[in-house]
Design a protein around this ligand. Sequence first.
Ligand code: SF4
Ligand code: SF4
Length: 340
Amino acid sequence: MFFRVIPKSVIPDLVRGLAEQYEVVGPVAKGETFVYAPLADAADLRLDYDTTALPAKRWFFPESEALMRFRVSDNAVVSESLDTAPRVLFGLHPCDVNSLLLMDNVFLGETPDPYYKARRDNTLVVGVSCTPGEYCFCDAWGTDETHWGFDIFLSDIGDDYYASIRSVMGADLVDRYVPCRAITDEDTAAFQRRTAEFKAAFTNGVDTSQLPVLLDAKFDSEIWDKLGEKCLGCGACSMVCPTCYCFDVHDELDADQLGGTRVRTWDSCQFKQFAAVAHGQNFRDTRAARVKYRYYHKQWGYLSKFERVLCVGCGRCTRACKAEINPPRVVRALQTGVVD
Ligand code: SF4
Ligand code: SF4
């Protein structure tokens, strides 16, 4: 990794330059919130955003996608849909960059998912530093920093960005599109000051230190029943989560029944039918069982396999859940035995 200082004023030029070769996707205002969307105009880019309603994962693993067309007569695949469009995802916060690394463990493991991989291979990631919002607790998981998973990361140091350049493609982009200069000791000091201020700005104070032990000890706790009584089973927590990756696959037959399309859509372990099997059995028939499953998967099961929890503390589920069920609250309930 190497570093450059990039004036903030040249970011629109950088975006315009990128747009000559790539589809550039970044945070834009939408009503009272922000979304990652293709940038029609560099001026639409809002690097001062707090968080986006939906996570960046949808640019690699869309909420609904056609995987392939098939022919019924001989069960043949007629065409496969790999999205290889060159794309730049511009303006991801550290939590969202980290979420992609967690998704990579799943989709790029022993048997890589070709649809996810095609998009990942053809997408450059430009990260940007942020200010902790009301619901953020990424500091609890160490996902408030990122050292991997991006091509360029822009840290705000006033009128300039302290740019960490991680890949050859990132270096090429900087060389081609932006006037920049080498860093000085003053720039590094500004970067350190800014990082210290950022870390001091978190207000959630979530202590996750004993979480795996608590989860082991509280498997049969009544807190899961209490949380289940509150849960609406709506699945919003999974839909907004940058690290939830469950999906369903179904076939849509054409009207003439000669062919069809295989479609993949996001699914949620909070939906009642998620664990339903033949003969009407359901392994997680209650909302309590489903809430419990979500937390044990994210904070215990994934951790035991990949040594990281499946949460980056983005706080999107805190915003989305009408029943006020969220990781900080669940962690407190595990610590105190009381659902507050
Ligand atoms: S935890 Fe909240 S967002 Fe998730 S399913 Fe239950 S009510 Fe919906
Ligand atoms: S569980 Fe909630 S806080 Fe954690 S990554 Fe998912 S949406 Fe963000």
